[in-house]
Design a protein around this ligand. Structure first.
Ligand SMILES: [Zn+2]
Length: 87
């Protein structure tokens, strides 16, 4: 992998940059406004980088909608469990 003067991590393909983007959002609990928002092709190193600038990548919006629903359900389930523990 070539070094880039932007000091960002370079991804050799668009698909690996997208999976890195999704991974970053999994780590930030799918908060759509947290972390990198999109990928772009770098003119310096000719690799793909992540960027925190909007607009968000379409895949992120899809992914976070599904993920947020799942997390909400999870939180609801745990909240109910804790209620039961206290009694
Ligand atoms: Zn670059």
């Amino acid at each position: 992998m070539r070094d880039c003067s932007s000091k960002k991590i370079g991804y050799s393909s668009e698909s690996s940059a997208i999976s890195a983007l999704l991974e970053a959002h999994q780590k930030s609990n799918f908060e759509i406004n947290n972390g990198p928002q999109n990928i772009y092709r770098c003119s310096i190193c000719d690799q793909y980088h992540l960027t925190s600038k909007k607009p968000s990548h379409a895949i992120l919006k899809q992914n976070s909608t599904i993920a947020n629903e799942t997390i909400k359900n999870d939180i609801q389930r745990w909240t109910n469990k804790f209620k039961n523990f206290k009694r």
